[in-house]
Design a binder for this molecule. Structure first.
Ligand SMILES: [Zn+2]
Length: 407
């Protein structure tokens, strides 16, 4: 027989669960509370079901960083997930570590990531307690490339050396030149050179020149416990960037064809930047299923072939993947349209295959999207009144998410 628990019993159970976790505030530069975070060791000990692996086996843990939302609802989330566990991208496998409402900038990220970095450094050096005993961890990072560049103290995509993972310039990426990889060490060296050659009274233009000359660096890296060899080129963002850049060119040269294609593929014509991840997948499927032969068909089909390698749990034939990537890059370079080697194409050409080769996997950032849509749903339930709304929103969201993970 099942008993219906009373509301009071549910509240008591909830309180008892939440008591096991240490919550901390996240502040902005004026000491206002703009978010919350939880101790990662509490999450590992209390809410994560780690498969009964051999205790010698290292658990791979991915730190995801994602921003989203508009205006005052703009939020940045830090999430941990486990790429080798079952259904790694399902929403149950996304464990929220922290959230803040506010700008996606270095200072705000520093406020949330500094304590997280200390905790992660300890976990990576000594391991942590889990429900199945003490385990060692290997850390990866994944997320929006724009945010990851801030996290590692680098300048934006428009910088001379635009890449998170190597020192390529746009001219070098245009010609597919192999360039020296970035490491935490090269970034730190760049910053120390800039510091050595500047003073508080150095003119901003001179400071910008120095930063550019020392590898387009901007500030000290914030997550020093995850080497750049463990920064994942994010599959979904890479595909979205490439599909959207080709579609934009098609729209420019063949407005009518682009309009019809969009309609036939069932993608709504909204006033926004471009196709979402799902829309890209639907669009490429439409192109293939309907044997589309119009302008840019060869490019879209080449992208579609690469998309096939992104499925979870498939054994990737790296030789085939590399040759399919080369086909796409070749088509872009030879195209008569004004296609350029955008940064996402560079990541695809130079960094995806080496990542899969060294880690025998390609992790997806798709799970992060679930968290994002849940934030929007959750904060709608909390009226945006008072100056402490960010504190209320983040507390409510963290607690709800934690309860979901603990069920
Ligand atoms: Zn690169």
């Amino acid at each position: 027989m099942f008993l219906n628990p009373s509301a009071r019993a549910i509240t008591r159970a909830k309180r008892k669960t939440l008591e096991k976790f240490h919550f901390f505030n996240v502040y902005d530069s004026n000491d206002n509370v703009i978010g919350k975070r939880i101790a990662i060791k509490d999450i590992l000990a209390e809410s994560i079901i780690i498969p009964q692996l051999n205790s010698e086996e290292v658990v791979r843990m991915s730190i995801g960083i994602d921003g989203g939302g508009d205006d005052d609802k703009k939020s940045t989330k830090v999430v941990i997930s486990f790429p080798d566990f079952e259904s790694p991208n399902s929403k149950d496998n996304q464990h929220l570590v922290g959230i803040y409402f506010g700008p996606e900038d270095y200072i705000s990220l520093k406020n949330i990531l500094e304590p997280i970095n200390i905790e992660l450094s300890e976990i990576v050096s000594h391991g942590a307690l889990t429900k199945v005993g003490w385990r060692q961890f290997e850390l990866f990072i994944i997320g929006d490339l724009k945010l990851l560049k801030l996290v590692y103290g680098l300048q934006s995509n428009s910088a001379t050396r635009f890449c998170l993972l190597c020192h390529a310039t746009s001219d070098q990426s245009k010609h597919g030149v192999d360039v020296m990889p970035r490491t935490l060490e090269t970034i730190r060296n760049g910053i120390s050179q800039v510091k050595k050659r500047s003073t508080p009274s150095t003119r901003p233009s001179e400071l910008a020149r120095l930063k550019k000359n020392y590898g387009s660096v901007d500030a000290e890296p914030l997550l020093t416990c995850i080497p750049l060899s463990h920064a994942t080129p994010p599959p979904m963002h890479i595909m979205m960037g490439i599909v959207n850049s080709v579609f934009t060119v098609l729209e420019k040269h063949n407005t009518q064809v682009a309009k019809e294609l969009r309609k036939k593929a069932g993608i709504q014509d909204k006033y926004r930047k471009g196709f979402s991840g799902k829309e890209c997948r639907d669009f490429l499927k439409y192109i293939e299923d309907n044997n589309y032969q119009g302008p840019c068909a060869d490019l879209f089909l080449a992208i579609r072939r690469i998309q096939e390698y992104m499925k979870i749990g498939i054994e990737v034939d790296l030789k085939n993947m590399k040759s399919d990537i080369d086909v796409l890059l070749d088509l872009v370079r030879k195209s008569e349209l004004e296609l350029s080697i955008i940064p996402k194409l560079h990541y695809l050409e130079k960094h995806v295959v080496p990542f899969i080769e060294s880690h025998k996997a390609w992790f997806s950032e798709q799970g992060l999207e679930h968290i994002h849509s849940q934030v929007n749903g959750a904060i709608r339930r909390i009226p945006p009144k008072g100056t402490s709304k960010y504190e209320k929103w983040s507390k409510y969201f963290m607690e709800t998410q934690l309860m979901l993970n603990c069920l």
